[in-house]
Design a binder for this molecule. Structure first.
Ligand SMILES: [Zn+2]
Length: 344
C-alpha cells in the first residue's frame, strides 16, 4: 500500500468517519482458546519459549531473564490436522478495517501476519495476528471486518533461523497504539537509506499493551469495561515534559488528554505536554503544559520515575540512574520521545 493511502486510511480512522466507534470496548478472543478465564489453566493458553514455562508466552519483560520484551500473547493451538499442523481459525478481536497484510513469510519474524485498525472510544487501536499459515485471500488493506469474523488460520511461519516447532505452534497476538503516522519520514531521517519492509507497521511504531490484562478486566467488569479507564489504570513508569506542540499523538489520542484542572489551557494553547508512560512506552495520560520551568531540559525533561515499577519491568531501558544517582532518559527513551513527537 502506498504511503499516501496509508495516511488517508489513518486520517479516516482518526477523523471518526470510520464506522468503528463502539459504545464500549468489546474485544473478543482471537481464537477459540479460553483457558485464561480458568485460573490455574494459563499453561493451556500461553505457549512458552523453548525450555521455559508459560509466563514466557505472556506480555511484558518475560524473555531473556527479564531483559527482553515480548509484546504480545503467544496463544496455544487447540486444533490440529492429520499432520499435527495447527488449524485453529483466527478471528478479528473487534470490528475494524484491515490495515496491513504481510503474506511473505520471509520478510518478518512475525511470518505471515495481519494488522487490523480499530477505533474504540475515540482511540486508534491496532490488533496484530502473527505466524499465520494462511490469510484469507480476499483480505486487503481497506477491507472492513466485523468482530469475530474469521481472517486467517493459525500457523508457525517466521523468518527466524530457529523455526517454530509444530509443538509450539501458536498465534502471536498484539494490541497496540501507534506512535506516529509519519514513522517512515522519521525513520528515513534517523537512518537514511535504511530498509523498511513494513512502512508505518514497523515494530518500533507499534506500542503494545497487555491483552491478557485487558481480557481479564473485561471479563470482570462486563458491560462496565472502558478502554480509556483500563489504559489509565496501568502503572506509569516515567513522566516526561515535552516542549513540542501539535504532534500527531496529541490529535489522535485526544481522549487521553486530562483536563480536570481549569488552569490548564486547551491543547492548542499549550507550550508543551506532560506525558505518563508505562514500562513499555505506552502513553497513559497527556496533560497540556502552560509553563516551562527555566531549569527544565529542552525538548524533553524527565519529571519522575517509579522506581518500584522500573525494578520490576526494566527491559525497555527508557530511563537509567546516573553515577550521581539521578534518573535520566536513556538512548531508547530519547528515541521513543523523538518518534512520538516527530512532525515532518
Ligand atoms: Zn510471540
Amino acid at each position: 500500500m502506498k504511503s499516501l493511502q496509508i495516511m488517508a486510511l489513518y486520517t479516516l480512522i482518526g477523523s471518526g468517519i470510520f464506522p468503528c466507534r463502539l459504545p464500549s470496548a468489546d474485544f473478543l478472543f482471537p481464537t477459540s482458546n479460553r483457558n485464561i478465564l480458568n485460573p490455574g489453566s494459563e499453561d493451556k493458553y500461553f505457549v512458552p519459549t523453548v525450555g521455559r514455562t508459560w509466563p514466557s508466552g505472556t506480555f511484558g519483560c518475560v524473555r531473556s531473564e527479564g531483559f527482553q520484551i515480548h509484546e504480545g500473547l503467544d496463544i496455544a493451538c487447540l486444533e490440529r490436522d492429520a499432520n499435527r499442523e495447527p488449524r485453529d481459525p483466527v478471528s478479528a478481536t473487534a470490528r475494524g478495517i484491515i490495515a496491513y497484510v504481510n503474506r511473505s513469510t520471509g520478510l518478518s519474524n512475525y511470518g505471515r501476519y495481519v494488522i487490523i485498525a480499530h477505533r474504540i472510544e475515540g482511540l486508534p487501536v491496532y490488533s496484530l495476528y502473527a505466524h499465520l499459515s494462511r490469510v484469507r485471500e480476499d483480505l486487503n488493506p481497506g477491507t472492513i471486518v466485523t468482530a469475530g469474523e474469521e481472517i486467517a488460520t493459525m500457523g508457525r511461519t517466521s523468518n527466524t533461523r530457529q523455526k517454530i516447532s509444530r509443538q509450539r505452534a501458536h498465534l502471536h497476538f498484539e494490541l497496540t497504539f501507534m506512535a506516529n503516522p509519519n514513522f517512515e519520514k522519521w525513520n528515513q531521517k534517523r537512518s537514511p537509506g535504511s530498509r523498511n519492509d513494513h512502512g508505518i507497521w514497523h515494530g518500533l511504531n507499534l506500542i503494545g499493551f497487555d491483552a491478557w490484562k485487558l481480557f481479564m478486566a473485561q471479563n470482570r467488569e462486563k458491560n462496565d469495561f472502558n478502554l480509556i479507564r483500563f489504559i489509565r489504570s496501568l502503572t506509569p513508569q516515567f513522566r516526561v515534559a515535552i516542549k513540542k506542540t501539535e504532534f500527531p499523538l496529541i490529535n489522535y489520542y485526544q481522549p487521553l488528554i486530562a483536563r480536570q484542572d481549569p488552569l490548564f489551557p486547551e491543547p492548542h494553547e499549550a507550550l508543551g505536554y506532560e506525558i505518563e508512560f508505562d514500562f513499555n512506552g505506552l502513553p497513559l495520560s497527556i496533560k497540556p503544559l502552560h509553563t516551562w520551568k527555566s531549569d527544565w531540559k529542552s525538548p524533553y525533561h524527565l519529571l519522575e520515575v517509579d522506581e518500584k515499577d522500573f525494578r520490576a519491568n526494566r527491559c525497555r531501558k527508557w530511563v537509567y540512574r546516573t553515577g550521581a544517582g539521578d534518573w535520566a532518559l536513556g538512548e531508547n527513551g530519547i528515541r521513543h520521545l523523538d518518534l512520538i513527537s516527530f512532525k515532518p
